[in-house]
Design a protein around this ligand. Structure first.
Ligand SMILES: NC(=O)c1ccc[n+]([C@@H]2O[C@H](COP(=O)([O-])OP(=O)(O)OC[C@H]3O[C@@H](n4cnc5c(N)ncnc54)[C@H](OP(=O)(O)O)[C@@H]3O)[C@@H](O)[C@H]2O)c1
Length: 304
């Protein structure tokens, strides 16, 4: 069952109209959920990106990675994005999930980044070996590498139940036309694209197309890799932040992404427990409406 454009917009408006709550109560509230268009499955409206989970399993950073994951999981987080392309991120995530016994609670997305069929298969089998489990929720073609070839294998494996969803990713405007062509040519469950308050180009064509075709959206670089934090510096939050229950700049930036009518799910990259907690809180409380989204854009543009 595909959700219609009208239903998705209705659900986004419903969240935006939610009641105002004190921050202490909000922090304990369940995460806002979002519906995956191609299945109707509900997932929390925020994920975590694991591009920076790298290094030896004995490194001094491992306990911090573990705590970050525990914070994310205990706070109700589910959507985890990684790739064989991120150093040994899959190995680290797989290790942490086994250690904490949380593999089955999480919604795992990874990627394939090879041109030819055989090396794509080898890469995807290796992801299964490292991340564990019989299936992943989402397999994505990383940066459109070998798209047609990899999608053929991915569609077959989806049929076999090895992936619940399939998709494609980019974080580069120069790939947007190619991305659009693939979205029109194939039945995809997801795209993953860079979109943020400071980089709104995906809204020209890709996000409206995703909405029209019932394709779910994961959003990478929701902070522009930190560029947005640099832009606001140590400025206090504007008064309107309280109107969307945002108590940090990270929550302001994430709520902007989440309020796109496509139901976009941001996957902020973090390796710090307090950042994971902060980011989860973006999926609580209200979202900006169209008027406030425009005000947020007017606020940030002169600072970039
Ligand atoms: N083409 C692709 O498929 C593609 C490309 C790029 C990224 N991605 C995916 O998207 C994810 C996100 O992208 P990204 O990690 O490159 O960039 P990002 O999410 O825009 O920014 C990550 C940066 O923000 C910091 N941060 C996170 N939460 C914060 C908070 N609450 N307050 C202050 N700073 C905070 C992180 O630092 P700490 O680690 O110290 O928290 C890190 O330096 C990646 O991890 C990856 O999974 C996919």
């Amino acid at each position: 069952m595909k959700l219609t454009r009208r239903n998705l917009i209705k659900s986004a408006v419903g969240i935006a109209a939610g009641a105002s709550l004190p921050a202490s109560i909000l922090a304990q509230a369940p995460l806002n959920m979002i519906t995956i268009p191609s299945s109707g499955q509900q997932v929390p409206h925020i994920g975590i990106g694991c591009r920076n989970y790298r290094g030896s399993l004995n490194s001094a950073e491992m306990p911090v990675f573990r705590d970050t994951f525990a914070t994310f999981h205990q706070g109700g987080g589910k959507v985890v994005d990684t790739s064989p392309n991120y150093g040994n991120s899959e190995e680290i995530i797989g290790h942490i999930m086994r250690d904490q016994g949380i593999r089955d609670d999480l919604w795992i997305a990874t990627k394939v980044d090879r041109e030819d069929r055989e090396s794509g298969i080898e890469r995807m089998e290796n992801s299964f070996a490292l991340l564990g489990g019989e299936s992943f929720e989402l397999m994505q073609v990383h940066n459109l590498r070998g798209t047609e070839t990899q999608l053929e294998t991915m569609k077959a494996w989806k049929q076999q139940g090895r992936f619940r969803y399939i998709g494609i990713t980019t974080s580069n405007d120069r790939q947007y036309s190619a991305m659009e062509a693939v979205m029109n040519a194939h039945d995809l469950d997801f795209i993953q694209v860079d979109y943020s308050l400071g980089n709104r180009n995906a809204n020209d064509r890709l996000l409206p197309l995703a909405l029209d075709r019932g394709i779910g959206v994961l959003v990478n670089l929701p902070f522009g890799r930190g560029r947005l934090f640099n832009a606001v510096g140590d400025r206090p939050l504007p008064d309107w932040a309280a109107d969307i229950d945002a108590s940090s700049w990270a929550q302001v930036f994430l709520k902007y992404v989440m309020s796109h009518p496509s139901g976009a799910i941001p996957i902020p990259g973090t390796t710090k427990p307090h950042h994971a907690e902060d980011n989860l809180n973006a999926a609580r409380g209200r979202l900006p409406d169209a008027t406030l989204r425009a005000e947020m854009e007017r606020f940030i543009d002169p600072l970039l």
